[in-house]
Design a protein around this ligand. Structure first.
Ligand code: AMP
Length: 216
């Protein structure tokens, strides 16, 4: 009898390793996309509760490292203060570690990642290793001048040096158009891009995003 039971468990282990578990197949992984100031962080906080997803903001992880004066924080700060992107290799390794820390998650909301083609490729590979995938890129669309106004306003209370200076704000938006905006095409080619009007109240925008997510 015991032999029979242990052989069943062994078989189950074997199957779990070879095939995606039902949890992995039902994971919802969403890239929340948009330029700086589009409202990604605000919406991610709401959506993570609503859909029980783990929210990973690479900007928040960098700021946590800066606060704790780690080597990663020192390196990241030298780029962030100028409105430039942190190099891909460092960012990708950090993101992989954050995903690994949350191995039991129902799925993820990625906020501020990917921001380059190399990061998008790395994310696809990471999801594939987990027998999962990115289900959608949901993009908040907001005009540049509204973004600048919002970020200057946020800078009055956020304590973020990169929100405090209009030149740095404009450089962050320029960096977005140089390196990040092209990712729309990356996800459009896979039929995963969903643009949403990012102007309105927080609640109105959550409704728009939810309409997309509910239909995934
Ligand atoms: P955020 O909080 O998303 O506005 O990011 C703030 C800053 O952190 C950015 O301007 C970049 O310097 C850095 N950063 C955040 N995410 C990334 C990323 N995926 N790749 C490179 N740099 C990033």
């Amino acid at each position: 009898m015991w032999q029979f039971l242990t052989s069943l468990f062994r078989k189950k282990d074997y199957q779990l390793k070879r095939y995606p578990s039902s949890r992995e197949l039902h994971m919802k992984n969403i890239v929340l996309f948009g330029p700086p100031g589009a409202g990604k962080g605000t919406q991610a906080e709401v959506l993570k509760e609503k859909y029980e997803l783990v929210h990973i903001s690479t900007g928040d992880v960098f700021r946590y490292n800066i606060k704790n004066e780690t080597d990663l924080g020192t390196l990241a700060k030298s780029y962030m203060d100028q409105g430039h992107l942190v190099p891909d290799e460092v960012t990708i390794n950090m993101l992989n570690a954050e995903v690994e820390k949350n191995a039991g998650a129902n799925g993820f909301i990625f906020d501020g990642f990917p921001r380059t083609a190399a990061q998008a490729e790395a994310l696809a590979q990471l999801m594939e290793e987990k027998s999962s995938q990115i289900n959608a890129m949901v993009a908040l669309e907001v005009d540049d001048e509204i973004l600048v106004g919002r970020l200057l306003e946020r800078g009055k209370s956020s304590g973020r040096p990169d929100d405090a200076n209009e030149e740095v704000i404009r450089e962050r938006i320029a960096e977005y158009y140089r390196k990040t905006d092209i990712l729309k095409e990356f996800y459009q080619a896979q039929d995963k891009y969903h643009g949403v009007d990012g102007v309105g109240s927080i609640e109105e925008i959550t409704v728009r995003l939810s309409e997309v997510i509910d239909n995934l």
